[in-house]
Ligand binder design. Structure first.
Ligand SMILES: *Cc1c(COP(=O)(O)O)cnc(C)c1O
Length: 409
């Protein structure tokens, strides 16, 4: 092979990237070649703290032997078989383990797919089809929130409220009404709405903006009262990011659909799951027309399931969630000090181990590059620097990362 950077610039196309800038001869992309714990290593042997959890996926650190071994073992036992017409034990085990986290008679059924966008697509299609099968054909519309992000496939994108990504596609997908807050729901014709979709507790792509406390609970009450489905997109917030296994547990809310992906396998291989209730599931029974005609070739991939089970096992063995409060408090203190000492920081937003550091206008990209030189890899969303490390991060490593930011701003 030629030089990997030359081959990249000649043949690859990166997501959310202006390729003319990327391929500019002056741009030297980092080639990440190895990961260990919270650290990533580039092709020059430089070491960086993974402050963005490799785009919000990594949970227990990179290349955890327990997960790597589970993947290797499964790859040598059964790599893939069709979930269309067959079952396999790991998918059964994982489904049982996922629904175990929710109260009885709430989320009971698991539908597997490949990524966050498809996890959302599944929920949207299930919601609409269940209406068709229960004499509620008029319920065809969705409600989503301004600046929401639910993925990039066309259906998920039609619920995307981030205008710079989605406005050009908005008329091609689902009929979606956007609202700014829960108060705006009062003015909506709810009789044609099938579901409300929300990122619970905090909107990620919207520069890490937490919702007001109690809002999710209130939204659940509103949807219950009007017979509207509640779809929770926990693709980012799932698996401990916000301090509890799932964000919705902090407000004692069980949705009609829960979408999981990113951290499901600990951030190792792609796998997604959409959880739903028996009430929804039962509308798909009986006549063959009622089946859910949806699926992907790699649905419930056994290697993905093995990785997810291994990741959940680490949660149990290491008491990952019990260790979080100390880390979350430490981060909060560090961020408060950081803000107090820097006139370039406008606001700090934090929810669990997810933080957005809002900088003065124009400083986002510069700061991302500056912290990289200090050994911290992350991304800015506009002028907000994201700090969302793997949950296994130590207090010393948090200090290292905040120090890198302090030196840079
Ligand atoms: C990342 C993300 C998605 C999309 O997941 P993909 O795996 O990238 O398709 C959907 N919703 C939220 C909240 C996300 O953060």
């Amino acid at each position: 092979m030629t030089d990997p950077i030359a081959a990249d610039k000649a043949h690859c196309w990166h997501p959310f990237t202006l390729q003319s800038e990327w391929c500019d001869p002056a741009h030297e992309p980092l080639m990440i070649v190895r990961g260990e714990g919270v650290w990533l290593f580039d092709s020059n042997g430089e070491k960086y703290l993974d402050g963005n959890s490799s785009i919000w996926t990594n949970i227990h650190g990179h290349c955890r032997p327990e997960i790597a071994e589970a993947i290797a073992k499964q790859a040598a036992t059964l790599d893939h078989s069709s979930y269309l017409g067959f079952a396999h034990p790991l998918a059964s085990e994982l489904a049982e383990k996922l629904v175990f986290h929710f109260p009885k008679n709430t989320l009971e059924r698991v539908f597997y797919s490949d990524n966050g966008s498809t996890a959302v697509e599944v929920a949207l299609k299930m919601s609409i089809q269940s209406r068709m099968q229960t004499g509620q054909e008029k319920r065809t519309r969705f409600i989503a929130f301004d600046n929401a992000y639910h993925g990039d496939t066309l259906g998920a994108a039609s619920l995307g409220g981030v205008n710079r990504f989605f406005s050009r596609f908005r008329n091609l997908g689902y009929d979606t009404q956007f609202v700014a807050s829960i108060d705006a729901l009062k003015f909506i014709d709810s009789s044609t709405v099938t579901a409300v979709v929300i990122e619970p507790l905090i909107q990620g792509v919207n520069e890490m903006r937490p919702w007001p406390k109690g809002m999710l609970r209130e939204l659940r009450e509103w949807t219950n009262k009007l017979g509207i489905h509640l779809i929770l997109d926990e693709v980012m917030t799932g698996f401990g990011r916000t301090g509890t296994m799932f964000a919705c547990q902090q407000e004692n809310v069980a949705p009609d659909f829960l979408c999981l992906a990113k951290g499901l396998t600990g951030g190792t291989v792609p796998l997604a799951a959409t959880l739903t209730t028996n009430a929804v599931y039962e509308t798909f029974l009986g006549s063959s027309e009622n089946a859910f005609y949806y699926g992907h070739s790699y649905t419930a991939n056994p290697i993905g399931c093995a990785a997810a089970i291994a990741s959940l096992q680490i949660f149990e063995d290491e008491k990952t969630l019990d260790l979080l409060p100390i880390k979350i408090n430490f981060l909060e203190k560090q961020l408060a000090e950081l803000k107090a000492k820097s006139k370039h920081i406008v606001e700090i937003r934090q929810c669990g181990l997810v933080a957005g550091i809002q900088l003065k206008p124009g400083l986002g990209i510069q700061t991302t590059l500056a912290v990289r030189n200090q050994g911290l890899l992350t991304r800015n969303i506009l002028d907000t620097l994201v700090f969302m490390p793997p949950l296994c991060i130590s207090l010393d490593e948090i200090e290292f990362a905040i120090d890198a930011i302090r030196k840079s701003v």
